[in-house]
Design a protein around this ligand. Structure first.
Ligand code: APR
Ligand code: PHB
Length: 396
C-alpha cells in the first residue's frame, strides 16, 4: 500500500461554505495557515441559493476584514421589516428602536466575495474531495484523510475546524456519549421562488395568514425572492406559477390600503424543509464545529449565515491564540461562548416561525394574532423583535 501524500498546516478546515471560507480569511489575517477541503466543485459551492439578510454585526465583521466592498456598492440597507396579517400591516423600524439596520445582500454573494478574496490571497482549497475522514481528534496532531484527483491525501494540522454543514462528517466525529443533540421538526415547509420582477415592497414583508405564512424578500432592484408556507413533502409540481402568484397576493395582502403585488417570470422554485437543531459541545478535543455543522435554524429571521459568521468571529481569535501562542484560554471558552448566541438565535427563529406559521389549531391562531398585535403595537414588543432580528453584538 502506498502512503498518502502529506500536507501540513495549522488548521484543517472541512467545508468551503461561508463558515469555512471566512475562517480561513480571518486566520490568514493573523498569520495562521489553513487548508480547506471540500467535497463539491468550486462552481457548485458558489452558486448555491441562500437567504438574503445580513445582520448588523455580520456587516461590521465583513467590513473590518476588507470583505464588504461589493456589499457597500450593491447591497441595500434596510431600516426594518413589515409584519402583516389580514387587514393589518405594521412597520417595525429597527433603527429607531435599537439603532441598528440590516442589509439585503444575497448570502450567495457573500460566498462569492469570500471565495474571490481567498483565491486572490492564494488560499489552498482542495475541491471535489472524496472519502473525507477525521482522525486523532483527541491528540494535538489531528488529521483529515481524503481522496483528491485519484490520490489519497492526509492533511495534518494542530486543530480541525468542522465547517461542513449539516450533512458533513464533523458533527458525527464528536463521539456518542460526548455529544448531545436537540431537535425540533416543524409540520410545514417553505416553497421559495426567485422571480425576474422588481420587488413590490421597499422592505421585507412577513405575513401571517389563515392559509399559511408568506414572505416577500428581494435580491436586487429587478429580482424578487418570495416564500409560501406549504405542507411538508409538497411536490414542487403541485404549484403552477399562477397558483403561486395568486396565493402570494392573497396572503401578502394585495389590495389592502392600495398595496399591489406585481407578478413576473419565475426563474427558480424549490421546497425547503424547516427544523431547529443544536449539537453540543461545539468542541471535542482538537475538533471545533462552526456554522451549520453545529446548528440549523428555520429560515424565518434569516439567522443561518449570521450565526455561522458569529461562530467564526469567536473561533478565529481562539485558534490564533492556540496555534501561535499555545494559549488555550479562548479555545476552552469557545463552545460555551458560541452556544449562548446559538440558543438565542434558536429561540428567536423558533419564536418568529411559530408566531407566523399556521398549523391548523384554533387556540394557537388566537395566541398568534394576540402576539402579533402586541408586537406591532407595543414599543417593548417591537424592540424585542428588532434587537434579535438586527442581531446582538459579536460576543453576546
Ligand atoms: N467534506 C468536505 N466538505 C464537506 C463535506 C465533507 N464530507 N460534507 C459537506 N461539505 C461541505 C458542503 O459541500 C458545503 O460546501 O461543507 C460546506 C458547508 O457549507 P454550508 O452548508 O453552507 O454551511 P456553513 O458554511 O456553516 O454555512 C452556514 O450559510 O447561507 C447560509 O443557510 C446557510 O445556514 C447556512 C449558513
Ligand atoms: C431571503 O431573502 O431569502 C430571506 C430573507 C429573510 C428570511 C429568510 C429568507 O427570514
Amino acid at each position: 500500500m502506498t502512503s498518502p501524500d502529506l500536507i501540513r498546516t495549522d488548521v484543517v478546515i472541512i467545508g468551503a461554505g461561508p463558515a469555512g471560507m471566512l475562517l480561513s480569511h480571518l486566520l490568514a489575517a493573523d498569520g495562521v495557515e489553513s487548508v480547506v477541503v471540500e467535497t463539491r466543485s468550486a462552481e457548485y459551492v458558489a452558486a448555491r441559493i441562500r437567504a438574503g439578510i445580513l445582520e448588523h454585526s455580520t456587516v461590521d465583521l465583513l467590513r473590518q476584514h476588507g470583505l464588504a466592498d461589493r456589499l457597500e456598492r450593491e447591497g441595500d440597507e434596510h431600516r426594518g421589516i413589515y409584519l402583516a396579517w389580514p387587514g393589518e400591516k405594521h412597520h417595525v423600524d429597527f433603527v429607531d428602536l435599537v439603532g441598528r439596520s440590516v442589509w439585503v445582500y444575497g448570502q450567495t454573494e457573500v460566498q462569492k466575495d469570500l471565495v474571490a478574496a481567498r483565491e486572490a490571497a492564494g488560499q489552498q482549497v482542495l475541491y471535489e474531495c472524496g472519502d473525507v475522514t477525521l482522525h486523532d481528534l483527541e491528540s494535538d496532531a489531528p488529521f483529515v484523510e481524503l481522496v483528491h484527483e485519484g490520490r489519497t491525501v492526509r492533511v495534518q494540522g494542530r486543530v480541525v475546524a468542522g465547517c461542513d454543514g449539516s450533512f458533513g462528517p464533523s458533527r458525527a466525529a464528536v463521539l456518542e456519549g460526548v455529544r448531545t443533540t436537540w431537535e425540533r421538526v416543524y409540520p410545514y415547509s417553505w416553497l421559495g421562488i426567485l422571480a425576474d420582477v422588481a420587488p413590490s415592497t421597499d422592505e421585507l414583508i412577513y405575513a401571517w395568514h389563515p392559509d399559511g405564512f408568506a414572505m416577500h424578500s428581494m435580491r436586487s432592484a429587478t429580482v424578487s425572492r418570495l416564500y409560501l408556507q406549504v405542507p411538508n413533502d409538497t411536490p414542487v409540481q403541485d404549484w403552477s406559477d399562477d397558483r403561486i402568484w395568486t396565493a402570494l397576493a392573497e396572503r401578502l395582502g394585495h389590495g389592502h390600503d392600495g398595496w399591489e403585488l406585481t407578478p413576473g417570470p419565475i426563474t427558480e422554485k424549490s421546497v425547503l424543509p424547516m427544523r431547529s437543531y443544536v449539537q453540543t459541545p461545539m468542541r471535542h478535543g482538537s475538533l471545533f464545529l462552526a456554522g451549520d455543522s453545529a446548528h440549523i435554524v428555520p429560515p424565518t429571521g434569516a439567522k443561518g449565515l449570521n450565526l455561522a459568521v458569529a461562530d467564526v468571529g469567536l473561533l478565529a481569535p481562539a485558534l490564533v491564540d492556540l496555534v501561535r501562542k499555545r494559549d488555550p484560554r479562548l479555545a476552552d471558552q469557545y463552545s460555551d461562548a458560541a452556544l449562548r448566541r446559538v440558543w438565542r438565535c434558536t429561540h428567536f427563529s423558533w419564536w418568529m416561525t411559530t408566531m407566523l406559521h399556521t398549523a391548523g389549531d384554533a387556540f394557537d391562531t388566537q395566541l398568534q394574532l394576540s402576539q402579533l398585535r402586541w408586537v406591532a403595537s407595543s414599543e417593548a414588543g417591537r424592540a424585542g423583535l428588532a434587537e434579535n432580528y438586527a442581531g446582538l453584538p459579536i460576543g453576546f
